[in-house]
Structure formats: C-alpha cells, structure tokens
Design a protein around this ligand. Structure first.
Ligand SMILES: Cc1cc2nc3c(=O)[nH]c(=O)nc-3n(C[C@H](O)[C@H](O)[C@H](O)COP(=O)(O)OP(=O)(O)OC[C@H]3O[C@@H](n4cnc5c(N)ncnc54)[C@H](O)[C@@H]3O)c2cc1C
Ligand SMILES: O=C(O)[C@@H]1CCCCN1
Length: 388
C-alpha cells in the first residue's frame, strides 16, 4: 500500500480529547485526519453517555486556572454551533470539614475567587432538600459548576471539525505507528503520513504507545455507572436545579462518590463510585465485579433517602488512571513529533476544549499556554517500562 501524505497532522482516537485536538488543529489551518477504530458514535471507551460534571472545584490551583479559560472555550463552541452544551446547576461538595480534601478545595476556590456558598448544618436542608449531611461534614457549593451534555458535545465538536475541512475516518483501527521526521500510521484500511501525530487513544493508549517503545504506568478501570430511582419523581431533578455533587472523603463508605441530578432518564439519578476494578478495555464486559454497588447502596440509604437503594440501570464506562490521578499531556520523550494525551483518570471531559488547545500547540511545536509540568511523562521516571 502506498502512503497518503495529504495530512499535516493525524489524531488517533475520536473520544473527547482527540476530537477537540483535531478541531483545534483544523482551526489553525492544519490538514488534519482523525482516526477512530469503532463506528461513531460508540460506547466502548470513556467519552460516551449523556452527561458529565463541569466544575472549578479542585484541590489543585492548576486545574482551577485551566477551567477559567475552558468555560470560555465551551461557550465559544456553543455559540459557533448554535447548540446548548452546558447547564449550570452548581456542585455540592461534602466531606469531613476538617479533612484534607474539604480544606484544600475550599481554599483553592476562595484563593481563585470562584463564587461559592458555604452551607452550615442549620441551613443545609433548606438549600439542598432530600440529602442527609453527616455529622462533622462541611458543605459548600461551587456556583459555577454544572452539567455538560457529553454525547451532544462530542457530536458537535466532530461536526465543527468536519465543517473546517477536517477528515474523520471511523471503523479504521490503527495497527502500527512508525516514528520518523514524517510519521507513518498504518490502519486496517490504509497507510497515512504526517509531520506530527497525536495519540489520544484513551484506555488503549499503551497499546498504541507500544509501537513507539513507550509504556506509561496507566491502569484501566471499569466503572459501573448506576442510576437510582426517585421515590417521588422530580425530587433530585436538574430542572429544579438540584446540584451535581462530589463526596471526596465519604464517612459511610471511605471512598469517593459523586452524582448528577436526574435528567437523562426521567426519574433516575446517576450516583457512582469514583473508582472501579482493573480491566482490559477489549474484555470490559467479561469483568463483572459489582462490589462497588454494595457500598453505594449503603451510602444511598443513609444520605439520599429519596432514592430507592437498588440501582435501576447499570451501564459501563472506562477510566484510565495514572498513579497521581493527573493527566499526561506531553511530547513523546524520544520522538518530539508524537504528542500524547492520556491518563485522564476519570475527570478529563470538562477539560476537552483546553486539552485540545494544548495538544494542538504541542503538535505544532508551539510553547504551550499553561505550565505542563504536572502532566509530564518525566514525572513517572522509574515507573516507565520499555515496550520494545
Ligand atoms: C463513568 C464516568 C464518569 C465520568 N465523569 C466525568 C465527569 O463528570 N466530568 C469529567 O470532566 N470527566 C468525567 N469522566 C472522565 C471523562 O469522560 C474522560 O476523562 C474522557 O472521556 C477521556 O477521553 P479520551 O478521549 O481520553 O478517551 P476515549 O473517550 O476512550 O477516546 C479514545 C478513543 O480512541 C479510540 N482508539 C483507541 N485505540 C485506537 C486505535 N488503535 N485506532 C483508532 N482508534 C483508537 C477509542 O476507540 C476511543 O474512541 C468520566 C468518565 C467515566 C467513565
Ligand atoms: O470529573 C468530575 O468532575 C467527576 C468527579 C467525580 C468523579 C467523576 N468525575
């Protein structure tokens, strides 16, 4: 097969990060090819489903800073495409008031002048009905937070990319990557060459990086995405401005729990654990561990008394975790024209527009707009394995 050299840049993987990267490259007049192994849209990776949380509430300043511009980029895309992708609901954070997470999140929000409301045990139920606040828990609301319409966002950014002249080839799996001054990418259907490539392959990142001799310390986990039935329909509804919530240190279960108001399935609220069991992305449905659901039932019985403590719907989604839960946004340590966006550790969707901007900057050899040292490959020194 002869190689097609019609592209400046090839992006591998059309999840949220690859789609926004391709869109940013096309905006910069780069002839860009976006390759996806499955027929689009699909539900085998990490970016499917109707909703995701968007928030500035983070322990670390660097995420809160990036979210400032990221909200603007989401709004720009909404305007450009004439679609609604974000709905403000606020995000409730509850955790032991004197604990590390609560203090760090509160301080980061206050330092960065993000509007918040601090709730007390006395006024809590007046603001947030049908939620039990555990003794000793602090509560605050990040007012800027809300819900992103995830599937719609993906459709929108992919179609804007195509309007800019970008090419999407789905059902085309990349089977080989040959580094060089011009990178050669072989797929199930052809061979392409480009000056640079971006690997945004989600749970399959290491499979692709293996072709370049790199193996990152990533763990793929299967998340049971659980929806719980409201005893009284509407009690936790998005239309009533019930907020998204996170419980970073849960007294009942000792794990991180989160939820979104009922919206996508009428009368059902999404409440999940922010951790799953290790899996192989190609064997996701063979992994059927449900021990997390027992923990969630306990939490729901105690803290969300308006829900039936039995999941009504359970779906699957994949996390790709790094050891420190921070992303990988970097150039390949050996091949500078291979850019990596990986390890989004279950919190990357909201950052899609800014990740796309940063990865496009790296692919074009530009100085990135933010300090990317928290996201470097070099931080894993000692944990990197050669894949060759
Ligand atoms: C249950 C759940 C809840 C979440 N909640 C939130 C939230 O509330 N807020 C938030 O900000 N984030 C959230 N996240 C995280 C967020 O969804 C992910 O960080 C994000 O979707 C990761 O996107 P990605 O593009 O890296 O990966 P993916 O979406 O998996 O995309 C990678 C793509 O690469 C393709 N690919 C892989 N290998 C090849 C190949 N060889 N050839 C061609 N294509 C290939 C795959 O098929 C896939 O489409 C959540 C995730 C899950 C699972
Ligand atoms: O990224 C987020 O905002 C959420 C927080 C809770 C876990 C899932 N991801």
């Amino acid at each position: 097969m002869s190689a097609s050299t019609d592209f400046d840049c090839i992006v591998i993987g059309a999840g949220v990060q690859g789609s926004f990267t391709a869109y940013q490259l096309a905006k910069k007049n780069q002839r860009t090819l976006l390759l996806e192994q499955f027929v689009l849209p699909h539900s085998r990776g990490s970016s499917h489903g109707q909703t995701r949380i968007i928030r500035k509430a983070y322990e670390e300043d660097f995420y809160t800073h990036m979210m400032g511009e990221c909200y603007e980029l989401w709004a720009q895309l909404e305007k450009e495409a004439g679609v609604k992708l974000y709905r403000q609901t606020g995000l409730l954070v509850t955790a032991p008031e004197k604990g590390r997470s609560f203090q760090l999140i509160k301080n980061t929000l206050q330092r960065n002048k993000v509007p918040i409301v601090i709730l007390t045990p006395d006024n809590f139920s007046q603001h947030i009905p049908n939620v039990h606040l555990s003794e000793g828990d602090g509560a605050l609301v990040d007012v800027t937070a809300g819900v992103l319409y995830a599937d719609r966002a993906l459709r929108t950014v992919q179609s804007q990319f195509q309007k800019l002249g970008g090419v999407i080839r789905d059902q085309e799996k990349v089977t080989d990557v040959k580094p060089g001054a011009v990178v050669t990418v072989t797929t199930s259907a052809g061979v392409y060459q480009a000056r640079s490539i971006v690997i945004t392959a989600g749970p399959w990142a290491n499979t692709l990086l293996g072709h370049t001799g790199l193996h990152l310390p990533l763990e793929v986990q299967k998340i049971n995405v659980c929806y719980w039935k409201e005893k009284v329909p509407g009690s936790y509804d998005l239309k009533r401005r019930f907020p998204c919530f996170v419980v970073p240190e849960c007294q009942e279960t000792d794990v991180h729990i989160y939820g979104l108001p009922s919206n996508e399935y009428p009368g059902l609220m999404k409440v999940c654990l922010h951790i799953g069991k290790k899996t192989d992305p190609d064997q996701r449905d063979q992994q059927s561990d449900r021990s997390d659901i027992a923990l969630l039932k306990r939490y729901i019985s105690r803290c969300l008394p308006g829900l039936e403590p039995e999941p009504a719907v359970v779906e699957s989604c994949l996390y790709t975790m790094t050891p420190d839960r921070h992303f990988v946004l970097d150039r390949h340590p050996t091949y500078k024209n291979i850019v990596i966006g990986a390890g989004f550790s279950g919190h990357g969707f909201k950052f899609g527009p800014i990740v796309g901007k940063l990865l496009s900057e790296l692919a074009l050899g530009e100085v990135p707009s933010y300090n990317l040292s928290p996201f470097s490959v070099a931080r894993f020194q000692g944990k990197l394995q050669s894949a060759l």
